[in-house]
Design a binder for this molecule. Structure first.
Ligand code: KG4
Ligand code: ZN
Length: 340
């Protein structure tokens, strides 16, 4: 650990959460997230509404993060922000805010890739959490992304598999929508899955070569299955909801674990770190733990608040990039399709 005092303010606004965090030498001092409720009514994130809500939230969220950290903004060393990938309108709010603040305080500005941040969240200084050792495999699973990444060092990352259509979180959310559940449906499917039989109904897993994923076929299979059952019994969903949720979750987890098995075999790497909102899922956590015994894996699951979209993960990347002297300049632009 460096003997310097490095204070990073980080801002995340890539999708529908406005978040800010303050970090001191890799340790989180504050981590504030304002989740936008407005999208629930629409059953998905509405980009135009997201950017407006960011605009409203950003000042109070940053203000709260600084207050809660106990430091004064004049002590900040640098400002990190999510440059992409994400929704352009949303990214622009955080990017512009971070640029202005760094300019005003005359301190370095550091651009962060959101996908890298989900992975490097494992390097936040936390008691009782061990950090993965290089090289390891990272699986980022959320409402916007599904990737398997080979991580050779903090900044050497190679995407070795990704979804060709929907993200895994969308598979949860869209299935939930078919079942009439609220948005996002992932947490509720998880909760109900614990009460149901995972083998009650079988859904065919999509066949995608190599390490890539596909979830749109699964969504269609679930839709047709439900339509057929409801035709025969209008109360089918109500009577079988927990079993349906357990079966959907079981299928999705099976897809993820199959790909991880293949990835460990192809790379000969048995250390696996997960990140993204779906890594909160109880079933995937259990399946990874089972993998430790069954396949000799070592698995790393971050603290819950660092798995869903948050600014602490942006701060740790800011911290690591600061140590490398890797700054952005004021001409940096948000990038909706930024790659790892
Ligand atoms: O990382 P995140 O907060 O935002 C991005 O999409 O980047 O992830 C949100 C996604 C949603 O699709 C939500 O349904 C899913 O994570 N999710 C879950 C659980 N908690 C959140 N999916 C399954 N089980 C959960 N417990
Ligand atoms: Zn994310």
């Amino acid at each position: 650990m460096s003997s310097q005092n490095i204070y990073i303010l980080a801002i995340e606004s890539s999708c529908d959460d406005t978040a800010a965090a303050v970090m001191h030498n890799g340790k989180v001092l504050s981590n504030i997230v304002a989740s936008q409720k407005i999208h629930e009514e629409y059953g998905g994130v509405v980009p135009e509404l997201a950017s407006r809500a960011h605009q409203q939230n950003i000042v109070p969220v940053v203000d709260q993060a600084i207050k809660k950290s106990g430091i004064n903004k004049s002590q900040l060393t640098a400002i990190a922000f999510t440059r992409g990938p994400g929704l352009m309108g949303s990214l622009l709010v955080g990017t512009s805010f971070a640029k202005s603040m760094a300019y005003g305080l005359n301190i370095p500005l550091i651009d962060v890739n959101h996908m890298q941040a989900h992975i490097l969240a494992h390097f936040i200084e936390e008691e009782d959490f061990k950090k993965p050792e290089f090289p390891f495999l990272a699986m980022t699973i959320s409402g916007g992304h599904t990737q398997i990444v080979k991580v050779s060092s903090h900044f050497e990352m190679e995407v070795i598999g990704e979804t060709i259509d929907d993200a895994v979180g969308e598979a949860f959310d869209k299935s939930g929508k078919i079942l009439g559940l609220g948005y996002p449906a992932g947490p509720e499917i998880d909760r109900r899955a614990k009460l149901g039989n995972p083998k009650a109904f079988a859904f065919t897993k999509p066949r995608v070569a190599g390490l890539n994923f596909s979830f749109s076929g699964l969504k269609t299979a679930i839709l047709y299955f439900i339509q057929k059952q409801v035709k025969a019994n209008p109360n089918f969903i109500k009577e079988n909801l927990n079993d349906i949720c357990a079966s959907i979750q079981y299928t999705i987890i099976g897809i993820l674990i199959d790909k991880l098995k293949l990835a460990t075999k192809q790379t000969n790497i048995n250390d696996i770190a997960i990140g993204g909102g779906v890594s909160a899922n109880t079933g995937i956590r259990q399946a990874l733990k089972n993998g430790e015994q069954k396949f000799g894996w070592t698995t790393y699951i971050p603290k819950f608040e660092y798995t869903t979209d948050n600014a602490a993960m942006i701060a740790i990347v800011g911290h690591l990039k600061y140590l490398e002297g890797d700054y952005a300049n004021q001409s940096v632009m948000a990038s909706a399709r930024l790659k790892i």
